[in-house]
Design a protein around this ligand. Structure first.
Ligand code: NDP
Length: 340
């Protein structure tokens, strides 16, 4: 008796269509297949996500890590990490997070690409929806979605971003500006670190900062200011990124906030380093957040959210420390709580 079996998983994973045609009977039925319920899903594959994955995996939970468009997170865009304990000679940011990933996988973490854009977290069965129509379910969720570079929003920035002279990552794009004059906008550790990194390639680096002293740590600020290729442009804000006739960046229009004087700084590259915004849009309306979109944690825990079995770790919640070590540690805490 011939049996034709055609089974296909729909994108959403939870609808299964089976055709069974034994001999003279054709039975077509739709079966709502049992949803695959993960014990724990970790969203994000940076230091926080991998910290959580290592702990959940070692606890035997076989965590599913969903990674977005930047596998390994923001640390992969950093050059030398000098302050992660255990690496006296510094460690490359990409190498560090990739080793965390290997460690998590060694203990059984599974990693899948999925950009989560919506969530439903209130019921015991937590649901996550990706931008390509997939649905993921889990009893426990650890949100470690990190943050993205903040942009200035001035005219010309968006138009010239990504290959035409505006970048938010010196490590990624610095080498394209060999022997060129470039500008860094910002005054924190990122701005100083990026400026110093850019001196490896560039002829000159000007740091445009809106105040007259850096927010950066003393060591980073001194390192930038003592570099002969770096010059600080104090009390100044960018008003426009200027496009040349060739369609690429030719300079920045800058206003001195004290004198109101406007001038132009000729340059081929502009690196934006004015902080970050948390990647939490998928959880708006589900979890308590502050006015800037950072996910709030309960007073008695750095990683418990207002919903039971939903935890948070790293830069999507922490706007104070924002270090690789603190993000990993929050991942560890979330992993221990999720697995207990
Ligand atoms: P920060 O928030 O520390 O600094 C942002 C800087 O951008 C500030 O100087 C701020 O000015 C300026 N800024 C913010 N918005 C604007 C705007 N709209 N226009 C112009 N300027 C603006 O961000 P970072 O990315 O530098 O650092 C984030 C965290 O990561 C920090 O905790 C830092 O210590 C850490 N970090 C550590 C590193 C390391 O240890 N190796 C390397 C890089 C980052 P103002 O000062 O006036 O507020």
């Amino acid at each position: 008796m011939p049996i034709i079996y055609l089974g296909c998983w729909q994108k959403s994973r939870n609808a299964c269509l089976n055709f069974l045609a034994p001999a003279n009977v054709l039975r077509i039925y739709f079966e709502k297949a049992e949803k695959h319920m993960e014990e724990v899903i970790i969203i994000g594959s940076g230091c926080a996500g991998m910290g959580a994955a290592i702990y959940c995996a070692r606890a035997g939970m076989s965590p599913l890590v969903l990674e977005g468009s930047q596998p390994g997170g923001l640390l992969t865009t950093t050059s030398d990490v000098e302050n992660f304990p255990g690496f006296p000679e510094a460690v490359n940011g990409f190498d560090l997070v990739w080793r965390m990933r290997e460690q998590a996988q060694k203990f059984g973490a599974r990693i899948e690409t999925a950009i989560i854009e919506k969530s439903d977290l209130s019921a015991p069965e937590k649901k996550l929806y990706s931008n390509d129509g997939r649905e993921f379910c889990a009893s426990k969720v650890i949100i470690a979605t990190g943050s993205s570079p903040r942009m200035t929003g001035v005219p010309g920035e968006a138009e010239l971003y990504g290959g035409k002279g505006v970048s938010a990552c010196a490590t990624c794009d610095g080498a394209f500006y060999r022997d060129k004059d470039v500008v860094v906008i910002g005054g924190g550790d990122t701005a100083c670190e990026e400026a110093v990194f850019l001196t490896r390639f560039c002829k000159s680096v000007k740091i445009i900062h809106r105040r007259n002293e850096f927010r950066a740590s003393k060591i980073m600020a001194e390192r930038a200011l003592s570099n002969p290729k770096i010059e600080a442009v104090w009390d100044s804000v960018a008003e426009e990124i200027l496009k040349g006739d060739d369609g690429f960046c030719r300079g920045v229009k800058v206003k001195n906030v004290k004198t109101q004087a406007v001038s132009e700084i000729p340059c081929k590259g502009v690196f934006i380093a004015i902080g970050h915004v948390p990647n939490t849009a998928a959880f708006k309306g589900e979890l308590e957040m502050d006015s800037e979109g950072y996910i709030k944690h309960l007073p008695d825990s750095l990683v418990k959210t207002n919903i039971e079995n939903v935890y948070v770790a790293g830069d999507c919640s922490d706007k104070v420390f924002r270090q690789a070590i603190t993000a990993s540690a929050m991942g560890c805490m979330a992993g221990i709580l999720a697995s207990s």
